[in-house]
Design a protein around this ligand. Structure first.
Ligand code: PEP
Ligand code: MG
Length: 914
């Protein structure tokens, strides 16, 4: 019979940390902690395999599971000396989910399972505290009914609120034994009314109800949304952990808390955590009561409330465990613990989520302490996290001015670094709506819950008035890399009236507000975010590298990444400024210069429109003559910025109508300029109208029909190259023809380009070596890659168009149906964001293979948006491409992602999703 249940107790465990696939992260680590002698309440883990069998069997428990669970319960009873279902001294358990990757707040937990009307009295006698026993029972009914029986959680909250009003208290702890007794009766009556059945009294039935609910919660909307957000596969399943209860709410010698072995926001090597005295499990994580700091240092001042002061011996033990865990796991851990009547129990350890800043510092600190090597260090920083290091900050002077102007609203905890400024939305729904209308939105809540996830995704930053550094808002925002301030207690958030009151000010929905997620400050009004330290050093050059420790480590990380990677990283840049920025970030050339972007500038657009609307060749030639010197100047600037590095310039690509005047005033102005009647221009514009412009008169088709346009561009490139060469600037131009689908399209245009090269270089008498190649973005080009490669000197995959044409999804209209596709799991991710390996990817592989067979030294790159997406970078690495090209700010991300890809290919480490 297949083993589906793994037991752990008193220094012995059937599982281990390496069994995350089977036991989930929580279960594997509970086993590991038990085995290395850390005090963990005994229990057992039902494997993810059992969860998958449950779904395979159409939500029926797998065969043999019942027997294995019964046996494990027996073992547990023996270890604890108590019986499950015993009414005199009941064994109580917690039931928690635990998938391979931690999914904060996504799954449900049930505590105190095993209680019923009779056992509650047993617990009262044994604990000597009837109030506690009743409180445990009402919590259990509440959790169980919410999670398993699907009674709205809100109903119970309302009854508790009413009880508190009647007793004239604000805290749950103000409720007396009699009140709780009444609540238990009310709760049970309510469950009966809603479900039609009495609240289950049989502990075994309770347990199976809970196990099934945990399995089902793998498939709930929130869990699915989270998995989609972080690229976690849907078929992993969750494990279920059943563990003996320990109580943090048995009096003032009890507590429960969560901690990070190092600061998860800054990476500082200091124990960092929060706890609640006399509280149970979820209270800290839920962010409902603002918890107390764990250490005196963290508390600042005397810190008499700190755990260190109140429970000195447990604190000392925790510090030892902190060291043991860090040494054992060789990484920063996120732990949960409970103190029951002075005895410490560890409930969880896992790799702690951290900001990009913390990831960098922690990895370097571990390396410098000799705990990890360079390759492991590289794997500890997710490529996407680098974006946070480049994230903007507020100008301290502007912030100071805002404070002096009385715009300071208060200070919360700096939960997610970075500066954000946006219009207030008080609910997740409004945040989504406002963001969809293109507004930068700041989600402001008293606290967040998993229901707010979509709003958090849509917002530029998150602000809450309650909760600590480990509250839902803080953990999720850090995971997303969003600026976040939590627990700003001086703020009053009134969601019903849609207002925020603080420092005598009232702010309403839509009003601008700013948060500094690195300091915790909240400021009324918009503040402009400014460049980060790294940007100040590399781009603005306003800060000296030696003044920034962060930069020093960043630069070292990048050097090590460069040592590992094989893929080159270029950038998509259309201006000398962008080229310079990208070069500062380490770009090894330009992979795509979209020449049409130069045409939109104020001084060009008129000439471009004139060219498009001209009736004949003579008219077009006149307009092109105006554009030539401007383009030449652009290219000189770019060549200078990229001296010594290759620059791929794409000839005109988009449908012409994109340049046309749209308003009557624009038509009138252009008509005056061109000295033609307005009506004629309008008529010409109508002629240019296309039903399906993305598949219409664009790309090389323009070059074929109006060769003079490409000839002008080629001339501008060659003349610019010749000029640079004359002034000793090393130039390596690569001229790229877009949207090629047939060999003839390429050969006809390449011939014209090369002829132009001959003319220009004959005149300049100093030829410059150049390449003529093509974009591969039409599926036919992939299928005919061999013959095309015989003619083209390089390929660059335009995966935006290639994705569009492979799926037949319009790039511009996918927003209308993509959300449903993702929701229904027809697609796992947006294929325009992360390359589709099976379809589009297959075409890429085919084209690389046949292209290189036809021309051995064919240079191959990719310049679609996917060039900055770590998963896609890994795919292109495996396809054997020479380079990826991405936007300037993604260049560091692509460099690190390329290193991860190379490390993983060699069987070493490499960062992974989630
Ligand atoms: C592409 O299609 O991938 C590409 C880079 O070109 P554009 O986005 O300009 O169409
Ligand atoms: Mg394209």
């Amino acid at each position: 019979m297949e083993k589906l249940v793994y037991f752990f107790a008193k220094g012995q465990a059937e599982g281990s940390a390496s069994m995350k696939d089977l036991l989930g992260g929580k279960g594997a680590n509970l086993a590991e902690m038990t085995a290395i002698g850390i005090p963990v309440p005994p229990g057992f883990t039902i494997s993810t395999r059992a969860c998958n069998l449950y779904f395979e069997r159409k939500r029926q428990m797998p065969e043999g599971l019942e027997g294995q669970v019964a046996k494990s319960l027996e073992r547990l009873e023996k270890v604890q000396g108590k019986r499950f279902g015993d009414v005199a001294d009941p064994l109580l358990v917690s039931v928690r989910s635990g998938a391979k990757f931690s999914m904060p707040g996504m799954m449900d937990t049930i505590l105190n399972l095993g209680l019923n009307d009779r056992a509650v009295e047993g617990l009262a006698r044994i604990s000597g505290d009837r109030r506690f026993a009743l409180d445990s029972y009402r919590r259990f009914i509440q959790m169980y009914s919410g999670v398993v029986l699907e009674v709205p959680k809100h109903d119970f909250e309302r009854m508790i609120e009413a009880a508190k009003r009647a007793r004239r208290v604000t805290d749950d702890t103000g409720l007396r034994e009699k009140d709780l007794e009444k609540l238990v009766v009310q709760f049970k009556a309510h469950v009966k009314k809603v479900t039609g059945k009495p609240f289950p009294q049989d502990p075994t039935a309770q347990l199976w109800g809970a196990v099934a609910a945990v399995f089902r919660s793998w498939d709930n909307d929130r869990a699915r949304l989270y998995r989609r957000q972080y690229g976690i596969p849907d078929d992993l399943g969750t494990a279920v952990n059943v563990q003996c209860m320990v109580f943090g709410n048995l009096g003032d010698d009890c507590a429960t808390g969560v901690a990070f072995t190092r600061n998860p926001a800054t990476g500082e090597n200091a124990f960092f955590g929060e706890y609640l005295p006399n509280a149970q499990g979820e209270d800290v994580v839920a962010g409902i009561r603002t918890p107390l700091p764990i250490s005196r240092v963290q508390a600042g001042g005397a810190g008499n409330d700190a755990l260190e002061a109140r429970h000195p011996s447990c604190y000392a033990q925790l510090l030892e465990i902190r060291d043991t865990l860090e040494t054992h796991y060789k990484d920063m851990q996120d732990i949960e613990f409970t103190i029951e009547r002075g005895t410490l129990y560890m409930l969880q350890t896992r790799t702690g989520k951290r900001t990009g800043l913390a990831a960098l510092h922690i990895a370097f600190d571990f390396k410098e302490a000799g705990v990890i090597d360079t390759k492991t260090l590289l794997s500890r920083v997710d490529a996407d996290m680098l974006v946070q290091l480049l994230a903007p900050i507020f100008d301290p002077k502007e912030k100071e001015r805002a404070r002096r102007d009385g715009r300071g609203l208060g200070k919360g905890l700096p939960a997610g670094p970075g500066a954000a400024s946006g219009a207030i939305a008080f609910t997740a729904e409004r945040a989504v709506e406002m963001a969809a209308r293109g507004k930068a939105v700041l989600l402001v809540r008293s606290e967040t819950s998993p229901e707010d996830l979509a709003g958090m995704v849509a917002a530029v930053g998150i602000l809450t008035s309650r909760g600590g550094m480990t509250s839902h808002a803080a953990v999720v925002a850090r995971g997303m890399g969003k600026p976040c301030v939590v627990g700003a207690e001086t703020l009053r958030v009134d969601v019903d009236k849609r207002r925020l009151i603080a420092s005598g000010r009232t702010l309403r929905e839509g009003d601008p507000v700013s948060i500094d997620g690195s300091t915790g400050e909240v400021i009324a009004g918009g503040l402009e975010p400014h460049p980060s330290e790294i940007q100040q050093i590399l781009v603005e050059k306003t800060l000296k590298p030696e003044r920034s420790r962060l930069y020093g480590r960043y630069a070292q990380l990048m050097r090590w990444a460069d040592d590992e990677r094989r893929l080159k990283v270029r950038t998509n840049a259309d201006t000398p400024h962008d080229a310079q920025v990208a070069r500062a970030f380490g770009a090894q050339g330009i992979g795509l210069c979209r020449t049409e972007h130069m045409f939109f500038a104020e001084d060009r657009i008129a000439a471009v429109r004139e060219m498009i609307l001209a009736d004949d060749l003579a008219g077009r030639t006149r307009a092109l003559a105006k554009l030539l010197p401007m383009q030449r100047k652009d290219f000189i600037g770019i060549f200078q910025a990229m001296r010594g590095l290759p620059v791929t310039i794409r000839l005109l690509d988009p449908p012409l109508h994109e340049f046309l005047p749209t308003t009557p005033e624009q038509f009138r102005r252009l008509a005056r300029q061109m000295r033609v009647p307005v009506a004629r221009l309008q008529e010409r514009a109508e002629q240019l109208h296309e039903t399906n412009p993305m598949l219409g008169h664009r790309g090389c088709r323009l070059g074929i029909t109006y060769p003079e346009v490409y000839e002008m561009q080629a001339r501008a490139i060659f003349e610019a190259a010749a000029k640079c060469r004359a002034s000793k600037v090393d130039v390596l131009p690569e001229i790229m023809i877009p949207l090629v689908g047939t060999v003839r399209e390429f050969t006809d245009l390449a011939a014209r380009i090369r002829a132009m090269g001959d003319v220009v270089f004959a005149k300049s008498k100093a030829p410059v070596a150049y390449l003529v190649g093509t974009m591969i973005e039409v599926p036919r080009a992939c299928l005919c890659a061999g013959p095309i490669a015989k003619e083209a000197e390089f390929f660059s995959f335009g995966t935006n168009d290639l994705t569009q044409m492979t799926y037949g999804f319009s790039r511009d209209d996918i927003g209308k149906f993509l959300p449903v596709y993702l929701e229904e799991r027809i697609l796992a991710v947006d294929p325009f964001q992360s390359v589709d390996p099976d379809g589009v990817g297959r075409l890429v592989r085919l084209a690389v293979e046949e292209g290189r067979a036809a021309r051995r030294d064919l240079k191959v790159g990719i310049c679609g948006e996917h060039g900055g997406d770590p998963a896609s970078v890994e795919f292109f690495h495996r396809c054997g491409l020479d380079y990826v090209s991405c936007s300037p700010y993604r260049v560091p991300v692509a460099r690190l992602a390329a290193a991860h890809a190379a490390l993983r290919e060699r069987g070493g480490q490499g960062s992974q999703t989630a």
